[in-house]
Design a binder for this molecule. Structure first.
Ligand code: 6GU
Length: 246
C-alpha cells in the first residue's frame, strides 16, 4: 500500500518510523512518504494561509499550495483510469473513523492524507479534488485537535496494521476490541498472585470451554458497563443463550 501525508509539520509524522509501522515501511509493505506543504508554495514567505472570506476568527489554508501538492502525489493516477486514490481529510467536521472504516481503507492501493491546520482548508480544494480522488473528510471523535497530524498518526496505525504481513501473527487481529462489536476481555500474566490479588481461577483451570465462556461474559459485562451504545448495535443473531443470560 502507498500512503502520502501532506502537512506543514512533517516532523510530526516522524513517529511513523517507529515500531510496527516503521518496520513495515523498512520491509516495503508500506510505501509511506511525508511531504511539506510549504514545498508547494511559490512566494518568498512560503505562505499557506490567509484570512477567511466572510470574516471570523483564525486563518484558512490557501487552495493553490494544496492543489500543487495533491497533483504532485497523485497527478498521474487519475489519468491512468485505475482505482482512484482515497483522499482523507482529517477534520472534526468529518464522519467518525471506525474499525470498519479501517478495514475498508486497508483494501485500498493508495491513501493520501491532507493535514489541515488553522480553521481548515479552503472548501474548493475538496470540491476540485473529487475529480481525481475519492474524498473522505474523517474525524477521530467529538473533540477538537489543533490539526490533522495526530489524527493521521492514529489512522495510519489503525489501517497499516490491517495490511497483510504488517502484524506478524494475524490471529492477534481476530480477538481484539471492536472486531466482534464488543470490547476486549481483561488479560492477566504471571505471577498468579500479585499484591494479594489472584488471577481468576478459571484461567488457570486448563478448561478451554470454560475459559472461552468466562472471556465472552467479561466482554459482554464490560461493554454493557462502558459502552452501552455498542450493545444497542449488536446483531441479536450474534448472541447465544448464555450471552443473553449475561
Ligand atoms: Cl481528524 N482533526 C481535528 N483537527 N480535530 C479533530 C479530529 C480531526 N478528530 C477529532 N478532532
Amino acid at each position: 500500500m502507498r500512503i502520502d501525508v501532506v502537512s506543514i509539520f512533517p516532523e510530526y509524522l516522524a513517529a511513523l518510523e517507529l515500531s510496527l509501522i516503521g518496520k513495515a515501511r523498512a520491509e516495503g509493505l508500506l510505501d509511506l512518504a511525508v511531504h511539506d506543504l510549504r514545498d508547494f508554495t511559490t512566494d518568498r514567505h512560503r505562505t499557506v494561509d490567509d484570512t477567511p472570506y466572510g470574516g471570523g476568527a483564525g486563518m484558512v489554508m490557501k487552495p493553490e499550495p494544496w492543489a500543487q501538492a495533491l497533483e504532485a502525489v497523485a497527478g498521474d493516477e487519475a489519468a491512468g483510469g485505475g482505482a482512484r486514490p482515497v483522499l482523507i481529510v482529517p477534520s472534526p467536521a468529518g464522519a467518525v473513523f471506525t474499525q470498519a472504516m479501517a478495514y475498508e481503507l486497508a483494501e485500498e492501493k493508495h491513501l493520501v492524507f491532507a493535514c489541515g491546520r488553522y480553521e481548515g482548508i479552503d472548501e474548493r480544494v475538496l470540491e476540485w479534488a473529487r475529480d481525481r480522488f475519492d474524498v473522505r473528510p474523517v474525524s477521530l471523535g467529538d473533540y477538537v485537535l489543533n490539526g490533522g497530524e495526530v489524527a493521521v498518526l492514529a489512522m495510519v496505525e489503525a489501517v497499516g496494521r490491517l495490511v497483510p504481513g504488517v502484524v506478524g501473527n494475524p490471529e492477534s487481529l481476530v480477538e481484539e476490541s471492536h472486531s466482534d462489536g464488543l470490547l476486549e476481555y481483561p488479560v492477566y500474566t504471571k505471577p498468579s498472585a500479585w499484591r494479594e490479588r489472584a488471577v481468576p481461577d478459571i484461567l488457570l483451570s486448563g478448561n478451554h470451554g470454560k475459559i472461552a465462556r468466562f472471556r465472552r461474559d467479561e466482554q459482554l459485562r464490560r461493554t454493557a458497563a462502558r459502552r452501552p451504545d455498542l450493545i444497542e448495535k449488536l446483531d441479536p443473531a450474534s448472541l447465544d443463550k448464555a450471552d443473553r443470560a449475561t
